[in-house]
Design a protein around this ligand. Structure first.
Ligand code: TRP
Length: 417
């Protein structure tokens, strides 16, 4: 009998609030929209997806296990939801090992600052847990979904790998792969793909992803390709044939893939991957939509010049300030809708500074123009430094990291049996 994998896309679309009104936050791997200016209601999403909130208790435990301060993206609940993170912390306490898996769909050659978020966080995870990392570039996915030629998709994957490496991953503990290339290099990867394909029916992917009868079969079978890297046997050159648990940091819109993965894992004798979910960085225009590379004015790109950054923020960043200075001084601004403030929660690490900015903006002491200036001065150097690091990532470096090879990690003395 077919098992029902919970929470189909169709169930996620519409819900009524207490007043019986329709609310339609929409979140799937391809679209994210909200009717509310404050953005997607993430607590509701946790309920609908059936994941768990990253609460104070988990954070306290996490901090204790690491014995060092947590990343600001965790403390600020930008990573806000998880599955089985307690297990990962327990493994860490017991000295058992796991690995990290994340990815990116290379749809444009210029990434935006929102794309950096999961990678910056993953870099921190790699550092504090000292574990290997695999990064999937789904050039096959983008070939299937977008108007792209195979060669173009592969090229984008290669270019994106440079931006990813510019985040500072430990080369000796990181393997980046393009699906279009790796599938032909590693039979074990393909074997896991077909194992997953054998466990999931068309009905189930229809339910999870909303595929229809007229979708091409490449799309219908693609989820198995995103699932397979969650199983360590897909990478025999790193893990041998050991069955090592996996932790996946990702944006919450990728959860449907991993609900499916978790559903099939036990049937294949594999561990269910644990997950850490982030919220989305909102578009410059406001939190009703997420930042998107296909709409230039919604995004700050990693290739933008200081001047472009300044102009975009001044011109487009949605303001929670009041219409006139007098009114603003009297009533203060609204941080919950103000995009400049929201971006600072992603990019300004200093808690005290952030707190002061919030206080001053809400009291009216700080004006919108001044707040925007703070954001501009924070983002300009982040992008400039990224550009500098990216310039040092040569084709040779990318090729090396994209070569299947043993990583600098010894699993034999840290097995999980
Ligand atoms: N489908 C993702 C995207 O379009 C890419 C991806 C593949 C991914 N595997 C992943 C993202 C694992 C997060 C975690 O961006």
């Amino acid at each position: 009998m077919e098992t029902q994998i919970s929470n189909s896309v169709n169930e996620l679309k519409i819900e009524n609030n207490e007043n019986g009104e329709e609310e339609d936050d929409f979140v799937d791997p391809w679209n994210v929209t909200s009717k509310s200016q404050t953005g997607v209601d993430y607590d509701k999403l946790i309920k609908r997806f059936g994941s768990s909130k990253i609460d104070g208790e988990l954070l306290t435990k996490w901090e204790k296990v690491l014995n060092q301060p947590l990343h600001h993206l965790l403390k600020r609940q930008i990573f806000f939801s998880h599955r089985d993170m307690h297990n990962i912390l327990k493994m860490r306490e017991e000295g058992k090992s796991f690995y990290l898996y994340t990815g990116r769909g290379p749809s444009s050659d210029t990434m935006h600052i929102g794309h950096l978020i999961p990678f910056l966080f993953t870099k921190w995870l790699q550092e504090v847990f000292d574990v290997p990392l695999v990064i999937q570039l789904t050039d096959d996915e983008k070939f299937l979904w977008k108007d792209l030629k195979l060669e173009e998709a592969k090229k984008l994957a290669f270019e994106n790998a440079k931006d990813i490496l510019a985040c500072g991953f430990d080369e000796n503990k990181t393997f980046i792969f393009s699906d279009l290339t790796f599938m032909g290099q590693c039979p074990e990867f393909y074997q896991n793909v077909v194992r997953v394909q054998k466990c999931v029916t068309f009905n189930q992917v229809k339910g999870i992803f909303g595929f229809g009868d007229s979708d091409v079969i490449g799309k219908i079978s693609f989820p198995a390709i995103q699932a397979a890297p969650a199983f360590s046997t897909s990478f025999p050159f790193i893990f041998g044939n050991a069955n090592i648990p996996c932790l996946i940091p990702c944006a919450i819109d990728q959860d449907p893939y991993f609900r499916m993965t978790r559903d099939v894992a036990p049937r294949l004798g594999y561990h269910k991957p644990a997950l850490l979910h982030s919220s989305f960085i909102p578009a410059l225009q406001g939190a009703k939509t997420k930042m998107s590379a296909s709409d230039e004015n919604t995004a700050i790109f990693l290739t933008d010049t200081p001047k472009q950054i300044k102009n975009k923020i001044n011109k487009h960043a949605f303001s929670g300030g009041k219409a006139t200075i007098e009114e603003h001084r009297e009533l203060g601004g609204d941080c919950s809708v103000d995009i400049s403030y929201q971006y600072l929660t992603f990019f300004l690490e200093d808690d005290d500074k952030l707190h002061k900015i919030k206080e001053d903006y809400e009291s009216g002491a700080l004006l919108t123009g001044e707040l925007k200036k703070m954001l501009i001065e924070r983002v300009q150097p982040i992008i400039a430094e990224h550009q500098k690091r990216r310039a040092t990532i040569t084709d040779e470096v990318v090729k090396r990291v994209m070569t299947p090879r043993k990583l600098n990690f010894n699993f034999t003395d840290k097995t999980n049996k």
